[in-house]
Design a protein around this ligand. Structure first.
Ligand code: HDE
Length: 701
């Protein structure tokens, strides 16, 4: 029968490219895990070669299936069990492998070798995630992003399980189930998915006002990052570091993205959630495959270790507080480069198991009550998620240093342990394994009455939200106002909206009044709180153009386009590490010979959200497709979202046809030359043309 020949298809002898970079099917298989993927032949899990995998064993071609069909039963049974429970939070994620290299300047603070030794290289695996959504939810929703890093150090694995926001909603981990129940979809209808814009979330954060600072970060542009490449990361809690001399200090971990901090605009994030729910995942995988690696510097804010555990009056054990960088500068101690995509999503990204208790000498925990609860949760959650206590044996979780743990048996045990005495001390197995100069907790005095209470300093819920808001530029503040108006506008309960307005009334009068007006409610009386000196470093709008590595530039072309001009423009764009994609009315090739262009997106498959900037080539204005409504929407959306727009030659007519004339961030030229290339790269490097915002609002395009 024809279909049973599928596995002998002669096309398999000449592998075809299966990915944009031209990797072949055969290359994919090279180096496969010998436990499940060796040899050329299809087998059962027991290694029995199979001659047919498409027809179940039946009593005659029209008869019922036979119970004795062991291959059918094995294939279906394994399939039935392919899924494991998704993470209860941070279910939606994507990851990459890379390397961390220490600058060698952290030794005075910590003896952790991966930080202290100059040039020391450590393998890492980083998983980025959203918090609220399910595994299949969209990447670009408004949410906090997880930034979890596994350092496979010589001294054991260290996990830095952080977020892209430096504070958290709650001060005590005992409230975590409550905030998550409030943020997740409603239990009756299971909607909305991956959203905070609903009653239960705003009910919780209005009643637990310690969440205010985190809520402000979420409502800011930080809640909708452009790329995982353009996010900061934070350890959030204060850790205790110890150096070789036994001296301790307190520290907060920071990741600083080399590409700068950039975000989507809200409308773009919403469109992307539908048009490309894999927006961030795709961006990371494509960029890494194209060699445009993700880079971050690791930084430390260091504070003297003291009885009070405060710095400049800020309680370092309160995870709703930051220490402004102006008060304690971030000292950069090493660089992380993510340069390799996972080979198998399930084996690596899904099965990776982070835990705050994965520590190395030189790094210790503090009494932050949120951190303390996390020390329990992460180990516990893996037992359900990964089916038992042997998850550290999974390849992605295995330390890159020898392990001799005396832990035995259990579900999914894959090690064949030797010996008879897995206990210590013993006099049978040579006495070992032996304890040595390993991890020692810094001896600190612990005493106090047994109480369910917070320190008094934890009662300040608003001053840092106000500090954050007032440290931002007017455009960033406008985005926060818009976000609050949107999110509260999605709530149904009047009391919840009114209660939250009383929170806003403590932060800023204009903010509160504008949101109230948007909701059609009276603004409550201002009860403004005071805050410390503003921290300009909290603003993410760059003072000047930055790198454009991994950015995507769309060039609108078509039959008759100036293909040589496209090649000319490709030079500076690729030299800056960005990617040029040709958009045309139809797929296929444009032109032939030296300047032939492959059409990568058509007017049907392209949407503005994919591009950081759009250029219209000369030679398309007179073609019948120049006025295509989809192309006009492409240009108009890019314009509305304050992206750099350019055209050369009669490409300007296409822009004009879409209602885009000259103005801020619109670059027009006769032909592509060096100066234009440089000016364009600089415009993209500014990320957004905020000067255009007012024009956009006024013209209502
Ligand atoms: Fe988590 N968190 N968390 N969290 N968290 C998990 O662990 C938890 C918190 C963070 O990519 C879970 O393996 C509690 C703060 C990230 O695999 C779970 C509390 C921060 C990830 C869990 C917190 C985080 C998780 C779910 C309050 C930023 C994804 C699956 C005490 C500093 C890791 C898992 C990955 C995942 C519990 C608070 C970051 C259930 C109880 C604060 C990035 O164990």
């Amino acid at each position: 029968m024809a279909d049973s020949n599928v596995t002998q298809n002669p096309d398999q002898a000449a592998p075809k490219p299966v990915s944009p970079t031209g990797r072949t099917e055969r290359e994919h298989l090279l180096g496969g895990d010998p436990r499940a993927q060796a040899g050329e032949h299809l087998t059962t899990s027991q290694g029995l070669r199979l001659s047919d995998t498409d027809h179940s064993l039946k009593a005659g071609p029209r008869g019922p299936s036979l119970l004795e069909d062991f291959h059918l039963r094995e294939k279906i049974t394994h399939f039935d069990h392919e899924r494991i429970p998704e993470r209860v939070v941070h279910a939606r994620g994507a990851a990459a492998h890379g390397t961390f290299v220490a600058y060698g300047n952290a030794g005075s603070a910590t003896k952790a070798k991966f930080l202290a030794e100059k040039g020391k290289k450590t393998d890492v695996f980083v998983r980025f995630s959203t918090v609220l959504g399910s595994r299949g939810s969209a990447d670009t929703v408004r949410d906090t992003r997880g930034f979890a890093t596994k350092f496979y150090t010589d001294e054991g694995t260290f996990d830095l399980v952080g977020n892209n926001i430096p504070v958290f909603f709650i001060q005590d981990g005992i409230k975590f189930p409550d905030i998550i129940h409030a943020g997740k979809p409603h239990p009756d209808r299971e909607i909305p998915q991956a959203q905070s814009a609903h009653d239960t979330f705003w009910d919780f954060v209005g009643l637990h006002t310690e969440a205010t600072h985190h809520v402000f970060w979420n409502m800011s542009d930080r809640g909708i990052p452009r790329s995982y490449r353009t996010m900061e990361g934070f350890g959030v809690h204060t850790f205790r570091l110890e150096n070789e001399a036994g001296e301790t200090c307190l520290a907060k971990f920071h990741w600083k993205p080399v590409a700068g901090i950039h975000s989507l605009v809200w409308e773009e994030a919403q469109i992307a959630a539908g048009v490309d729910p894999d927006f961030h995942r795709r961006d990371m995988a494509d960029s890494i495959e194209a060699g445009a690696f993700f880079e971050y510097e690791l930084g430390l804010q260091l504070f003297p270790d003291s009885e009070e555990e405060t710095f400049e009056g800020i309680d370092l054990l309160d995870p709703t507080k930051i220490v402004p960088e102006e008060l304690a500068p971030v000292q950069l101690v090493g660089k992380l480069t993510l340069d390799r995509n996972p080979t198998n999503f399930f084996a690596e990204t899904e099965q990776v198991a982070f835990h705050l208790g994965h520590l190395v000498p030189g790094i210790q925990v503090t009494n932050d009550p949120l951190l303390q609860a996390r020390l329990f949760s992460y180990l516990d959650t893996q037992l359900t998620r990964l089916g038992g206590p042997n998850f550290p044996q999974l390849p992605i979780n295995r330390p890159h240093t020898p392990v001799n743990d005396n832990l035995r048996d259990g579900m999914h045990q894959t090690a064949v342990h030797r010996g008879q005495a897995p206990y210590l001390p013993n006099s049978i197995d040579g006495g070992g394994p032996f304890t040595t100069d390993g991890y020692v907790e810094v001896p600190r005095q612990v005493s106090g009455p047994k109480v369910r209470e917070n320190p008094a300093s934890f009662d300040d819920h608003f001053s840092q939200a106000a500090l954050f808001y007032h440290s931002l530029t007017p455009i960033e503040q406008a985005h926060i106002i818009e976000a609050f108006t949107f999110e509260l506008g999605k709530c149904y309960e009047q009391a919840i909206k009114e209660r939250y307005l009383t929170v806003l009334a403590k932060i800023d009068a204009t903010l509160c009044e504008t949101v109230a007006a948007g909701l059609g409610l009276p603004a409550p009386k201002s009860e403004l709180v005071t805050h410390g000196p503003v921290s300009p470093k909290l603003s993410q709008i760059p003072p000047g153009p930055g790198p454009i590595t991994g950015r995507i530039i769309g060039v609108v072309a078509g039959p008759g386009a100036d293909l040589a001009g496209i090649d000319e423009l490709r030079g500076p764009i690729e030299a800056a590490g960005a990617i040029l994609r040709v958009i045309a009315p139809h797929g296929g090739m444009l032109g032939k010979g030296k300047h032939m262009q492959v059409v990568e997106r058509t007017f049907l498959t392209a949407r503005s959200i994919e591009f950081d900037a759009i250029v219209v080539a000369a030679g398309v204005a007179e073609t019948p497709d120049a006025g295509d409504i989809k192309a006009r929407i492409l240009l108009l959306e890019a314009y509305r979202h304050n992206k750099a727009i350019a055209a050369w030659g009669d490409g300007a007519k296409v822009l004009a046809g879409a209602g885009i004339a000259s103005g801020p961030g619109v670059l027009l030229t006769d032909k592509v030359d060096k100066d234009f290339g440089a000016a364009f790269v600089q415009a993209v490097g500014s990320h957004r043309v905020w000067d255009r915002q007012e024009l956009v609002m006024a013209s209502a395009v």
